[in-house]
Write a protein that binds this ligand. Structure first.
Ligand code: PRX
Length: 645
């Protein structure tokens, strides 16, 4: 198979990058020959209160399953992200902020540290202690980063919930980790629209009686209802509070945060990351992949409610003494030049976004890009979903004027930070390929039955050994952690992704092979959407699959069987889309609802999703074996009434 154009490493990059091709090969070799020395260097970039003497202590085997890194070391994440930079870079901006409505703010390292300490002291005054869970539901404002770091300072575990999630989703996450304290804002602002954050929290808390305190950050200063004895505004709580707070000494394996993510079954999983390994991996990959040097203006457009925001808006850049730009808005407001104008305004050097945004902007043509300068840019990145070569080439040619390498970074919430990406000084790039694994990450392709695949071929992507940023468990459910990731292929971590390896050993992620779909870079479990749909009084049964979507990568296609006395109407279709918006969040709303008198099932009652996927994809000539269906006529009806048929 031809993989199209290859873009060589620009000479200047090969010469000055942190890692060139020979350096990459040497690092990969060192992991084999002297792993402890390699990993000690990776973690040695952090400041340890008590240096570690143990490096890696891992077994993926069922009998002796455990994952520990740098386990006897002691450190504090906020010290590594703030205090240690003060002497040299106290006056350098740590965080720049561009608001939705075009306002600008900057916080130096000194200011950021003072603010983090004040918030940490507020949390302490509320009785928050090491190990307590703090839920954060905030817009993209600097306070979000400060609250995360304030938790880290006192050893509390943060659970950040993306501001687009509904009250029901918030409640589920608060209950799952039994958090007693919630930090939110009066309102958010995105694309000129108000997001009623406090109101959503109030609604969620109706089913979370254990929550004793809600801390409300002022964003729009709107009048919002406050519950006496429970709710307080952060500016009031900060009055007279000290800007000094001793950092809590944390063991490397103490939890840092929980982040909920969708899986193929059941409710979202609380992915748990720990202190030492996570931070070392976030910082190491941030430096390597983006060839980052302290003080460069780095802009990752992800929301802090997703893992990309955790690792590449907050923890990676700040651990590396960076200047991280936080953006509250959206790419198309007030117009389609917004991203590029913000790049010019802040002289952004490294820009990191999602393919879905690139595709949406590409559709608007070159003019909104070309009217901006973008001279400050030197590197571009993508993350979250496969990028089609057409979008890659446009990003490269138009946005980067052909002079900025593109790093296509492949990773997951579970992996803490990047797993595979071209390194700009080491790897020629191929549009659509995440090139090679980071040094220390051991990819393996396997057949469905587990047989190992070598050479150029496609298979299921596994990782045969641990890396420090790996999640440690599903919060409160060790068994689910093991079962989800380590039981399909014993002794290996299974990513859930399909992947092809080419003749050059480059990897091409082809997408999920389980029932997880990726909509605009947002990860959704089809089971979650189905369970929301069947919660509607009109619905008897629902099956949801993904289908190719020009802008979103994948769209949500829902097959719905109504209860006996209910008739399909356009109004009901709209109602069901709105229902999912409210139950989960706007980004999960089905693009298509197809009413169906029945769903294709095997004789034992299992829904045959393969067929549903083919119909949604309009791949009708290739429905495969339908003879095992309980009622083959069901398929004819589905095809006949296919949306767009
Ligand atoms: O399918 C892969 C896809 O996104 C999934 C992980 O989603 P999430 O945990 O939300 O994390 C997204 C941000 C790291 C993966 O299993 N994915 C992520 N990055 C890429 C990708 N698919 C192809 N290419 C990528 N660069």
């Amino acid at each position: 198979m031809s993989d199209g154009e290859v873009f060589p490493v620009p000479k200047a990059w090969a010469q000055k990058a942190h890692m060139d091709a020979a350096g990459y090969e040497a690092a990969v070799a060192e992991v084999e020959t002297n792993p402890d020395a390699f990993w000690t260097k990776v973690a040695g970039r952090l400041d340890w209160m008590t240096p570690f003497t143990q490096v890696k202590d891992v077994s993926f085997e069922k009998e002796d399953f455990h994952i520990r890194w740098f386990a006897d070391g002691v450190l504090n994440v906020s010290v590594n992200c703030l205090d240690r930079h003060i002497a040299e870079r106290g006056d350098q901006p740590a965080i720049l902020w561009e608001s939705d409505d075009g306002l600008m703010a900057r916080f130096t390292y000194r200011e950021a540290l003072a603010e983090v300490c004040r918030i940490a002291n507020v949390l302490k005054a509320k009785g928050v202690k090491k190990g307590d869970r703090v839920t954060i539901y905030l817009p993209m404002i600097p306070a979000a980063a400060f609250c995360m770091l304030a938790c880290a300072r006192i050893g509390a575990i943060h659970s950040v919930i993306f501001g687009g999630f509904s009250p029901d989703s918030i409640a589920g996450r608060i209950q799952d980790c039994d958090s007693r304290i919630v930090i939110t804002a009066d309102e958010g602002l995105r694309g000129g629209k108000i997001v009623p954050l406090k109101r959503n929290v109030d609604e969620a808390l109706k089913s979370c009686p254990q929550v004793t305190d809600v801390i409300v950050v002022r964003r729009t200063k709107a009048d919002v209802p406050m519950t006496e004895g429970r709710d307080a505004f952060l500016p009031d709580l900060k009055q007279g509070v000290s800007d000094v707070c001793e950092p809590e000494p944390m063991n490397a394996e103490d939890p840092l945060f929980i982040l909920y993510t969708s899986g193929s079954t059941g409710k979202p999983k609380g992915v748990l990351h720990t202190t030492g390994g996570y931070l070392a991996w976030a910082a190491y990959t941030h430096e390597l992949v983006f060839d980052y040097r302290p003080g460069e203006v780095f802009w990752c457009t992800a929301d802090v409610g997703w893992v990309t925001g955790h690792s590449y808006v907050v923890y990676g850049p700040l651990a590396n003494a960076g200047t991280s730009l936080m953006f509250e808005g959206v790419p198309n407001y007030p117009d389609h030049s917004r991203f590029w104008e913000v790049i010019d305004k802040y002289k952004v050097e490294i820009f990191y976004t999602a393919p879905t945004a690139i595709r949406a902007l590409m559709r608007e043509g070159d003019e909104p890009v070309l009217k901006t300068s973008r001279k400050s840019l030197r590197l571009l990145g993508t993350v979250g979903e496969p990028i089609n070569p057409e979008a890659w080439l446009w990003y490269h040619r138009v946005v980067g004027e052909g002079r900025c390498p593109i790093v296509d970074t492949y990773w997951q919430t579970e992996t803490g930070a990047c797993l595979a990406s071209p390194l700009p000084g080491a790897h020629p790039t191929k549009p659509g390929s995440c090139a090679k694994p980071m040094p220390g990450v051991k990819f393996q392709l396997v057949e469905a039955d587990g047989a190992v695949i070598t050479g150029a071929a496609s298979g299921n992507l596994c990782i045969t050994d641990s890396w420090p940023g790996q999640m440690r468990t599903v919060y409160g459910d060790d068994q689910r952690f093991f079962d989800t990731y380590f039981s399909t292929y014993p002794g290996k971590y299974f990513t859930g992704d399909g992947c092809r390896r080419d003749e050059d050993g480059y990897y091409w992620i082809t997408g999920r092979v389980d029932d997880v779909i990726n909509v605009s870079g947002h990860r959704l479990g089809t089971a979650e959407i189905e369970s929301a749909l069947v919660g509607n009084e009109n619905v008897a049964e629902a099956a949801v699959v993904g289908y190719p979507h020009d802008i979103k990568g994948q769209g949500v296609y829902a097959y719905v069987t109504l209860k006996a006395d209910v008739h399909p109407t356009d109004i009901l279709e709209a109602e069901l889309k709105g229902w999912v918006r409210r139950e989960i969040g706007p980004f999960a709303a089905p693009d298509v609802v197809q009413f169906a008198p029945g769903l294709p099932k095997t004789r034992s009652g299992k829904i045959m999703r393969r067929i549903l996927r083919k119909i949604a994809e309009n791949d009708l000539g290739n429905l495969g074996d339908t003879t095992t269906l309980a009622d083959p006529a069901v398929v004819e009806d589905l095809v006949k009434n296919r949306h767009g048929a």
